[in-house]
Write a protein that binds this ligand. Sequence first.
Ligand code: SAH
Length: 404
Amino acid sequence: MRPEDAEPAPAPRARVRLRRGRERPIAEGHPWVFSGAVEREEGPEGAALAAVEAFDGRVLGVGLYSPEGRIRVRLLGRAADLAVDAAFFRARLERALELRRALVPSDCEGYRLVNAEGDGLPGWTVDRFGPVLVSQITAAGLERLRATAYGALAALAPEAAILHLGDLAARRGEGLPAADETVRGEVPAEVAFRENGLSVIAELGGGQKTGWYCDQRENRRRCAELAGGRRVLDLFAHSGGFALNALARGAASAHLVESSPRLASLAARLLAANGLDDGRARVEIANAFEWLREPGEGADLVVVDPPPLARRRADAERAARAYKDVNRLALGRLAPGGYLMTFSCSAAIDARLFRQILFAAAAEAEVALQLLEPLGAAPDHPVDVAHLEGEYLKGWLARSAGPR
Ligand code: SAH
């Protein structure tokens, strides 16, 4: 065996003892141990892993340890002797890849390869954009094991370049460094790939790594199915994911509203790259909240896809008002019989609250709104059934039945 093939020695483990009565969610499968549930903890400096014990000392599982985090442990498995080594990462990654092979349509080269808890790999997301893998590690314990994790990822996709993103709010909360790193291969500033048969671009460099939102892929497809002959309004358009799909399937027009000039010009490039710069599209650099308050023409399909307006529970009330306002204003533009596709990607706004927000928006807009289909993230974003927090993207396809 060559030295580089040798397994590193098993990572030292901390022990995290829960307070009395706090084992129930863990026993039922919830993958997080919050700091408030911890009675005491002990362990070697720099421990990547922790064994989680009930108040009576029973081992409940082994997980990634975040000594500074509000989420103190993210469970990887229930066995007390779980080995978190190269074989462990290889097995979880292979399982993740198998799911994508089964689910991601053949006209898509961009998808989420690893969706954290939903793939049994908490604290880790990996997006594939054509030949590049973009990785986000947001758990201190995983950062300590990153050589092993990235080794397994590289073995799974030997031809891919790997970019590690550092400048993330979630990493700051864990005390992790903010620098981006190229883990492997050559990472270009942007990468072109196909989604729903269209040519799109993910930005990888330049400080603002907004990348590309593959969670909306199936909703863009749904938008395209409804777009024929319709005037489409794509609010919070980013680089125009929804509008491109709509125009490609025969939308009469598409009006994109995006506050970032850089993304608006990227949208214009993508329209041209797909031969959709035929005069049907208009790209507006504007604050959508303000833009909607100006008088403007009607639309037959309105997409409302704002950035997360609530980052934390404490913001939920203010954010709820903002979601209500933008949906009320959007309904003001929607012609009777027209469709609304509206989303919230804030984890702090749950599905029930979002439903109430739409009710309030329709009541204020005096529109009879028919809810047609609940919408969510594409299935390459699996969610662990025990992990409600993983269900961040929620939305509705709705139809205006006209004035109420
Ligand atoms: N619909 C897009 C993703 C939207 S992400 C897609 O399919 O890919 C949210 C977008 O809203 C970002 O591009 C962000 O730059 C933009 N944004 C944020 N605040 C805004 C505002 N007040 N008005 C318009 N756009 C805004």
